[in-house]
Design a protein around this ligand. Sequence first.
Ligand SMILES: [Zn+2]
Length: 326
Amino acid sequence: MASRLRAYMTDNEPLILDGGLATELEAQGIHLQGDPLWSARLLHTNPQAIREAHYRFLLSGADVITTATYQASITGFITHMDVSSETARELLMSGVHLAKESVKRFVSDSRPTEQRSPLVAGSVGPYGAFLHNGSEYTGVYAEEMSIEDLKAWHQPQIGCLAAAGADLIAFETIPSIKEAEALVELLREFPNTKAWLSFSCKDGMCISDGSLFTDAVKIANRSTQLVAVGVNCCSPALVERLLDSAGSLLSPDMSWVVYPNSGEEWDTEQGWLTSGKTSASIPKLSHTWMKQGAFLIGGCCRIGPAHVKELRQQLKGSCTSAASAV
Ligand SMILES: [Zn+2]
């Protein structure tokens, strides 16, 4: 068992993450595509929709829900919503507050007695998510930025999420090894904060900027505050090879975190290409990932509460043998 994760776990079972928050909001008829703030705009315009979406993931069995702040930033709110920096900070913090309100409601109204009290992960997306030009899946912007530039960008967002009481921070869909270095350095400025670091990937060996996943894991190993390192928003079919490529590097203090998308393709013009061949295979493959050392498993884009429910059913009762492998 990864010792840094132990504080979050009541037993040896994996923590089930939620699915794509924007996917669930869109399933409820909310239009997000093309908005530079994506689901983060709803923090201002429709916070109740966010509470409800979190609640549906909790009902489906998620042990960890992730805030609607992936594409949120102080600068983004000021630029695209014309609010003061103080209001922008409050909006970022409200992402944690809304998630905590949903957890509170779930615990008092619906939580099965055997289920642990869910955690709130404060989502931090890559700088490219703010740019809103597709570069969040290439990391190309980082070539012209220094580590200090990237730290300065991320600092206020992490500060708000930590101050608002997030149980941990989710650095997610990070495409760039330089950005990962910046996040690992920056996390030291918040010594009481734990986090996971999750990369977007281009194939079974490399993260999105072309760096080897093994090198990304080596960066993660520099941190004593990360509970997990891994991949998200890639095809489920890539995960086993990626984890295998870096298996010998996984620190005994860390788990893998794995939350792929459905495997469908994203097109910057058209959005998700749903005509594709795949349906979510995450529940089926999750046993393999657990055996490889993943104790945080969930879904990203195109994964809704029904998939999370299926994942929970799949992993329940399968934990004893896999736990001994870590
Ligand atoms: Zn995604």
